[in-house]
Design a protein around this ligand. Structure first.
Ligand SMILES: Nc1ncnc2c1ncn2[C@@H]1O[C@H](COP(=O)(O)OP(=O)(O)OP(=O)(O)O)[C@@H](O)[C@H]1O
Ligand SMILES: [Mg+2]
Length: 248
């Protein structure tokens, strides 16, 4: 075997070892930077973010307003791009994907829940929850079945045909959760998902998030000011001077 062949063999063995040891790794952010310019002033929000997320783990991002929590979540979900740094998903550098592949990744692998649900109020709960599946070119019947089953799971069996605008705040947020989960993403990113709900509804949604994390083996990253929820997740992080910091 020539020396190039040997090298290839070595590098493939090394690769396999890395893959074995990283079997639980879902996503890794390396040296992420993000600045915003406002009226000639540049604000460096994320300076050097390193963040590793394992399959099915639960992480809370906590901390004061304006430290960059939403900015980081948007980059992890590829809704926004970093100025520099890399984001690996199952070992693939996702910001190198072309637009079509990136859109497919976002649709299939990532679920989002926001503080305000961004549902279509004129459409039914079922139609809203079907949307990502239809975008993913699932047949209408399969999309409806998938949406119905997740809506039932989040406790909305009797609200399938209701127009979302007629539902309560807690019900709307559960539709948003169903929509985020209809394609069974590998990771759910939630930005203050219960910031707009009363205590009772918040607790219901928190319980659902934790149950679905277990049932779907889905990684859960939640930006929250709710320390009760944060305390139930496997770890808590914050952002200090643009860098990620673990907290107890
Ligand atoms: N598109 C933008 N253009 C300019 N500045 C922005 C933009 N997005 C965020 N910022 C600024 O970046 C900083 C971080 O914003 P970000 O929304 O990430 O904070 P946050 O930690 O989520 O805060 P909160 O807890 O209030 O939601 C803020 O000072 C914000 O004003
Ligand atoms: Mg925010």
């Amino acid at each position: 075997m020539d020396k190039y062949g040997k090298n290839r063999q070595k590098s493939s063995a090394a690769q396999q070892m890395t893959m074995r040891s990283d079997v639980n790794n879902l996503m890794s952010a390396r040296d992420l930077k993000k600045s915003f310019s406002n009226g000639g002033v540049t604000l460096e929000v994320l300076k050097r973010i390193n963040f590793d997320l394992n399959v099915a783990e639960t992480v809370a991002i906590v901390g004061a307003s304006g430290i960059g929590k939403s900015t980081l979540l948007h980059i992890l979900g590829t809704l926004d791009r970093p100025d520099s740094g890399t984001l690996l998903f199952k070992g693939e550098n996702i910001f190198q994907f072309n637009d079509v592949k990136l859109a497919r990744f976002r649709n299939e692998s990532v679920g989002f829940v926001f503080q305000f649900h961004h549902l279509l109020p004129e459409f039914s709960a079922l139609e809203n929850a079907m949307m990502p599946a239809l975008i993913n070119r699932m047949s209408k019947q399969n999309a409806a079945e998938a949406a119905e089953s997740i809506l039932i799971r989040v406790g909305l069996k009797d609200r399938l045909k209701y127009r979302v605008g007629k539902l309560s705040g807690g019900e709307q947020q559960r539709v948003a959760l169903a929509r985020a989960l209809v394609l069974k993403p590998s990771i759910l990113l939630a930005d203050e998902p219960t910031g707009n709900l009363d205590k009772g509804n918040s607790e219901q949604v928190h319980e659902l998030l934790l149950e679905l994390n277990q049932e779907l083996a889905m990684t859960l990253v939640v930006v929250t000011h709710n320390m009760e929820l944060a305390s139930h997740l496997s770890r808590r992080v914050t952002i200090v001077d643009g860098m990620l910091k673990q907290i107890n």
